[in-house]
Ligand binder design. Structure first.
Ligand code: ADP
Length: 414
């Protein structure tokens, strides 16, 4: 089957076509055929598409909405000159898998999309006002372009964390608020953490119940996940992605009183304070320079900027705190796995995060750490390290394609 994997943001659309079936899943031989990104939808859109092992196609042109962006991508996919093996007409795309951010309490696994599912994702807009409307745009656009014959599935960022126990997901606020409004920790990046658990299991030749790791997804958004016996038992993001680790522009954990204090001092509204905590905090807020880890590291390496260094140290230190906390609550872990843009590419952050963790038996091999960048998968701990440390490039699209395939074939989901 050829599965079109769609990930739509408020003004972006990312896609991949992945060839897979039950046999290929079993053998791990699924193949990514092409990928693409459309940014700045709604104005002069930036486009970069690529067939595997071929040069990138780049252009810019006005695209008014997600439907126009999807249509443009499909025109490229089906253009005879593009030459994607086995993909010549619309009927060669057998199903569509959507990355969907918030499934609330209702969706504990991936589902086939029908009217009732769309309604429930719409109902969850309250919980994810920034993300679910964007994901819905992708679902509406795909329905319009493909019609109802092509099956579509939703793969939720929250679903992997639905195994968290109450002690992890409840906040210490009146229980009625959970009952009435479902205020609780949901967690995000679930598809990525799930992939890391899966990949670690394959690398180590383990059964799912034997996976006891701390997964660290460090991108623009960042989260830690405690995976015990193959299941998420705790994660650092909360009801929204604002909680937990410090991020590119998000503050992460914070005394809630700070919100009231800022509002008083700055004479700002709640919305303005939330905007500040979401968009102007984290690495950007501390450094006063940038939210981008690469630029931040350059500022420190080239100009010895003190606040750039402070931002790096705070980012790494928060990670360390979570690793320590999860190590304790899980009763030990066999590995720590780094992933996503920063996790896969920043030896500096990995080093800061692991420094001092030798008390838990974590020993990094500095050479391996330095060498593991640019999408390389590798162990970076010493042979004597009690806790292994891995860098595993994430692959959410693969999980989305596989779940979509299983749903279409009525095969059991893992
Ligand atoms: P998103 O959460 O948007 O998917 P990514 O997973 O792509 O983000 O991660 C983006 C982050 O990864 C940025 O902070 C970027 O600077 C960082 N990053 C990418 N490459 C490097 C690198 N070589 N060194 C340090 N940081 C990097």
């Amino acid at each position: 089957m050829n599965i079109l994997v769609l990930n739509t943001g408020s003004s972006s659309l990312k896609f991949q076509i992945i060839k897979t079936d039950l046999e290929m899943i079993e053998q791990g031989t699924d193949e990514m055929l092409c990928k693409g990104l459309v940014e700045r939808i709604g104005s002069q859109a930036l486009i970069s598409f690529q067939v595997v092992n071929k040069p990138q196609f780049k252009t810019a042109l006005p695209l008014k909405d997600h439907r126009a962006a999807l249509k443009y991508a499909l025109d490229w996919i089906l253009n005879p000159e593009t030459q994607i093996p086995g993909v010549e007409s619309l009927t060669d795309i057998n199903a569509i898998g959507h990355r969907t951010v918030h499934g609330g309490e209702q969706f504990t696994n991936s589902v086939r999309i029908d009217e009732a599912v769309i309604k429930s994702i719409e109902d969850n807009i309250d919980l994810a006002p920034l993300h679910n409307p964007a994901n819905l745009k992708g679902i509406y656009a795909a329905k319009e372009v493909f019609g109802n014959q092509v099956p579509q599935a939703a793969i939720f960022d929250t679903a992997f964390h639905s195994t968290m126990p109450e002690v992890s997901f409840l906040y210490g606020i009146p229980y009625q608020l959970y009952r009435r409004f479902k205020i609780r920790k949901y967690g995000f990046h679930g598809t990525s953490h799930r992939y890391i658990g899966y990949r670690y299991r394959k690398l180590e030749g383990l059964r799912r119940e034997e996976v006891n790791i701390i997964s660290l997804h460090l991108g623009n958004g960042a989260s830690a996940c405690a995976i015990k016996k193959g299941k998420s038992v705790d994660t650092s993001m909360g009801m929204t992605p604002l909680e937990g680790l410090m991020m590119g522009t998000r503050c992460g954990d914070l005394d809630p009183s700070v919100i009231e204090f800022i509002a008083h001092k700055e004479n700002s509204t709640l919305e303005e304070v939330m905007q500040l905590l979401n968009k102007r905090s984290g690495l950007l807020g501390i450094s006063g320079l940038t939210h981008d880890m690469r630029d931040l590291e350059a500022e420190w390496n080239e100009y010895r900027d003190r606040r750039a260094k402070l931002a790096l140290d705070m980012f790494g230190n928060r990670i360390k705190k979570y690793v320590g906390a999860y190590y304790a609550t899980m009763g030990g872990a066999d590995a720590i796995c780094f992933t996503a843009g920063i996790g896969e590419n920043s030896p500096t952050i990995r080093k800061i995060a692991c420094e001092g963790l030798n008390v838990l038996g974590v020993e990094i091999d500095d050479k391996l750490n330095e060498e593991t960048i640019g999408g390389k998968e590798s162990i970076i701990s010493t042979p004597t390290s009690k806790v292994k440390v891995y860098v595993i490039p994430t692959n959410e699209e693969l999980i989305i394609a596989r779940d979509t395939c299983r749903i279409v074939l009525n095969a059991p989901l893992p």
